[in-house]
Write a protein that binds this ligand. Structure first.
Ligand code: KIV
Length: 259
């Protein structure tokens, strides 16, 4: 999967699928099932490390898991998350993004908008593909006062839209929208030429991402509304194929999984 191919998915209206992977076996299985993008998410802080949030994940953790996953991914585009406090200024962002790219990532993702303008610019100047992440930003869970839907009021919706447009202008290639009202995500997806990938952001995003453990029904105590267990009466390949089929035919997410 190349960046150009991703763009053509959006142009022809084909939905993009993305799942998280943190280890070799799942990465190989998802890749063989034909998932379009694989994300080594810092959600590993929750599902692998048992943390309450993602704030305890380090660059060393991300490099370790990115290396393992990269060995097994042949077809999907491989994105790696930049963890908490690893992109606080442009020099640090460049250095850490380069470490992830050297570990096998094809794109890096980090959370936030205009406050990181210098970081987006330095990555663009160094030809490092970037995925943005707006809406609910799990690394800011403390400032945001918990895992809450973002962009419900006019002012915060305007800010998310303005940040999305800014990120596109700064060369971001893909944009994750997490936990925003479906109507807002639809408006952003219409206004951007880069693909949007939703998680709890409605069916009108250009693609969907879920934490792989969630589609297999392996949840800790907090099961967000946007989660769907695809494992029912299936093996794991079957669950992944159901997820891909449901996203491609827009049977997922439904209103039941949206805000
Ligand atoms: O870390 C992660 O898994 C993510 C996705 C949920 C988008 O950022």
């Amino acid at each position: 999967m190349t960046l150009d191919e991703l763009k053509t998915f959006k142009q022809r209206g084909e939905k993009i699928t993305c799942l998280t992977a943190y280890d070799a076996s799942f990465a190989k299985l998802f890749d063989e099932c034909g998932v379009d993008m694989i994300l080594v998410g810092d959600s590993l802080g929750n599902v692998i490390q048992g943390g309450e949030n993602t704030l305890g994940v380090s660059m060393e953790d991300m490099i370790y898991h990115t290396r393992i996953v990269a060995k097994c991914v042949q077809k999907a585009l491989l994105i790696a998350d930049m963890p908490y406090q690893s992109y606080t200024n442009s020099e640090q962002t460049l250095e850490n993004a380069q470490r992830l790219m050297r570990s096998g990532a094809q794109m890096v993702k980090f959370e936030g908008g205009s406050e990181h303008e210098a970081s987006f610019k330095i990555l663009q100047a160094n030809n490092i593909p970037v995925c943005g992440h707006l809406g609910l930003q799990p690394q800011s869970v403390i400032e945001m006062g918990g895992y809450k839907v973002q962009g419900r009021d006019d002012a915060s919706a305007e800010k998310i839209l303005a940040d999305a447009l800014l990120l596109e202008s700064l060369g971001v290639s893909v944009l994750v929208l997490e936990c925003v009202p479906a109507q807002l995500a639809a408006k952003i997806s219409q206004q951007l030429s880069i693909p949007t990938i939703g998680i709890g952001a409605g069916v009108d995003c250009d693609g969907q991402v879920l934490v792989s453990y969630d589609i297999l029904g392996i949840n800790t105590d907090r099961v967000p509304k946007f989660v769907k267990n695809f494992l029912t009466n299936n093996n794991i390949q079957g669950a992944v194929n159901s997820f891909i089929g449901a996203v491609k035919t827009q049977r997922f997410p439904t209103n039941q999984h949206s805000y």
